[in-house]
Design a protein around this ligand. Structure first.
Ligand code: 0O2
Length: 221
């Protein structure tokens, strides 16, 4: 009956969205473990902050339409790979690659794609490291493999991206040339700041290393 069909559809939809919620919970736990353990071992925290979101059903449907995919749950599951997304903000560029490496090496994570917009920034200046990962989720009667998008960036890259995003929406996607030029320039300045900060961080580490060696020597003598 129609009522039965509606009930089945509703259950399917709720279970569909739930699987992304579980995937985010799994990934967030993985990231939190890395963060805590790294802090303990290296006495330093590579992760500034983490945010995550689930794409709203409206945005999912808009994207399906924009990309011309089939409107069905299996098609959405296969084609829309950023329904569950996590953004990790780090202090330094080296942290980005370290975190990406640690995640990519986990046995239950399958790396589907890695887009390095740091080595190859987008034409507008956008920089970040994007990973599409797939992780297994275990439920009462099945195991699902869920796509999760991870964006890893520095504080400076995040600062740039949030302003650019606001401007893009303010101008309804037709940003004046002057503003586009300024944004590209700002992206270059942000990248230079990242390099400078990383150098200071390295110098500090070198000094810390020397001090430690000296202390060890004093202890021995
Ligand atoms: P939202 O609201 O953040 O989710 P696709 O994901 O298939 O549409 P593509 O090019 O394969 O497109 O994905 P890509 O390049 O990996 O980018 C996906 C996400 O990265 C975007 O998601 C943004 O969050 C971010 N992003 C990419 N390019 C830019 C940019 O130029 N400026 C800013 N501010 N963010 C960017 P959504 O779905 O667009 O938006």
């Amino acid at each position: 009956s129609l009522k039965q069909q509606f009930k089945t559809l509703k259950t399917d939809l709720i279970r569909f969205m739930m699987s992304y919620k579980f995937a985010l919970a799994e990934m967030n736990t993985k990231i939190d473990i890395l963060k805590q353990e790294f802090q303990y071992i290296h006495d330093y925290n590579p992760i500034e902050h983490v945010t995550s979101r689930i794409k709203s059903p409206e945005s999912i449907l808009k994207k399906v339409q924009r990309k011309g995919y089939e409107f069905s749950l299996p098609s959405i599951r296969e084609n829309i790979r950023d329904i569950a997304a996590i953004r990790i903000t780090c202090s330094f560029i080296s942290d980005i690659y370290e975190i990406s490496h640690m995640l990519q090496n986990q046995k239950d994570i399958e790396v589907i794609a890695c887009k390095d917009y740091i080595k190859n920034p987008k034409p507008n200046g956008y920089q970040s490291l994007h990973l599409i990962l797939q992780i297994p989720i275990f439920m009462s009667d099945r195991e699902d493999h869920i796509f999760v998008e991870i964006q890893i960036r520095t504080i400076a890259m995040d600062f740039w991206a949030s302003l650019e995003h606001k401007i893009y929406y303010k101008y309804n996607q037709e940003v004046p040339q002057k503003i586009r030029d300024d944004l590209r320039e700002a992206a270059i300045t942000a990248a230079q700041l990242d390099k400078k900060m990383e150098n200071i961080h390295k110098e500090m580490n070198a000094i810390k290393g020397l001090n430690r060696e000296e202390e060890d020597l004093q202890e021995l003598s």
